[in-house]
Design a protein around this ligand. Structure first.
Ligand SMILES: Cc1cc2nc3c(=O)[nH]c(=O)nc-3n(C[C@H](O)[C@H](O)[C@H](O)COP(=O)(O)O)c2cc1C
Length: 352
């Protein structure tokens, strides 16, 4: 099991070609009636579509093994399992000798002598199905308290959405396969992914997430800072290589007179007039929406010939990846970003 959280503890387990992937939520309060339509909508947003996702097709039906009584959380551990049915490990055998560059094969084989490489084992994006199922419950809990978490594809390859998107527009990304916010950007992102896939290559990109409804002072300090804990959970998502809040790395080139977000009263509430800092100061919310972006590298498994080593012969070698892979991770990862953000925020809420 792989674990994160303080009051709401999230455990992840399973592997790509085992019987299932699963999650346990410990500390989830009793009394929440689960909306299964919303849960299934979240699950479908992580599923691959068309030529922009892996051809592996799973029904991704979460089974609640414990923690729900008549569809209502009962205060016990919530254990969710999702069966692996569409498995085919045949294309992975050669990676025992010639590990894929960019994937976890080499360090995993050295660290775990019995590592099951089929489907990439526990390093597979498949486990994110369990993250989304658990996150869907956290999202429902937060939504009932006025806290909404929405993400979308900010960029894919060289296609970048330059607009500032409000929560309504971001919600609209649910209707587009790439999770772009409008049809034109969706089309350009789709073409970009399809082109890379047709060339035996892959592309990366950025998911942007916006959290609304958090009161001023929500969060923690030092290692429990809201940004610290969000970063922790985002880096648990495979292929995440970075996170920035607000203007992020661009803040390095700004004067304080520009990057500080001024306060003012509006209808009796304190608001900020800009949001360069992503809604978090001192690890706590400052009244602006929390805005962060997560970078996903290009999918490591690609059809092009790459240099690697041969662990059997002890010589240099090459490897080409065949089999079923996402030519881009971002469209599917958007739902995972929302889910892990929800689990993290709910954990902080229970600790407030
Ligand atoms: C939703 C999702 C789907 C993924 N699909 C693939 C895939 O089809 N092929 C692949 O090689 N990696 C895929 N990955 C990425 C690998 O799991 C990841 O790169 C690998 O475990 C190495 O970890 P690292 O990239 O965090 O270093 C996917 C990741 C996510 C989040």
């Amino acid at each position: 099991m792989y674990r994160i959280g303080g009051r709401l503890i999230f455990d992840l387990y399973g592997k790509s070609h085992g019987p299932c992937v699963g999650a346990v939520l410990e500390g989830f309060p009793a009394g929440m009636e689960v909306d299964f339509d919303l849960l299934n909508e979240e699950m479908s947003l992580r599923k691959p579509t068309g030529r922009i996702g892996t051809p592996r097709r799973e029904s991704d039906t979460p089974e609640f093994k414990e923690g729900l009584t008549d569809g209502v959380t009962d205060g016990g551990n919530i254990r969710i399992e999702i069966a692996n049915k569409d498995t085919d490990g045949s294309k992975y055998m050669k990676f025992y000798d010639t590990p894929r560059p960019g994937h976890a094969d080499l360090p995993a084989l050295l660290k775990f002598p019995n590592h099951d490489l089929r489907g990439s084992g526990q390093f597979s994006g498949r486990l994110t199905a369990a993250m989304v199922a658990a996150g869907a419950l956290a999202k429902q809990y937060l939504s009932a308290r006025g806290i909404e978490i929405q993400a979308y594809s900010k960029s894919i390859g060289d296609v970048r959405d330059v607009n500032v998107r409000d929560p309504e527009e971001i919600r609209g990304s649910r209707m587009f396969p790439t999770r772009a916010c409008d049809a034109e950007t969706d089309k350009r992102m789709r073409l970009c992914i399809e082109k890379a896939g047709a060339e035996g290559d892959s592309v990366g990109g950025v998911a942007e997430c916006v959290i609304t409804g958090l009161p001023i002072s929500f969060g923690g300090i030092w290692f429990e800072a809201l940004d610290a804990e969000l970063a922790h959970s985002m880096f648990g998502i495979p292929a995440c290589k970075g996170i920035e809040f607000g203007d992020g790395f661009a803040l390095a080139g700004m004067n304080g007179s520009v990057s500080n977000d001024p306060y003012r009263y509006e209808n009796g509430s304190i608001v900020t007039t800009t949001n360069h800092l992503g809604g978090i100061v001192g690890g706590m919310c400052d009244g602006s929406p929390v805005v962060f972006r997560v970078v996903f590298k290009a999918t490591p498994s690609i059809g092009k010939c790459q240099d690697t080593v041969n662990l059997k012969t002890g010589k240099n070698d090459t490897v080409e990846v065949t089999g079923r892979h996402d030519p881009c991770i971002v469209p599917r990862a958007v739902a995972v970003v929302e889910a892990m953000a929800a689990i993290t925020v709910m954990d902080q809420l229970l600790r407030e």
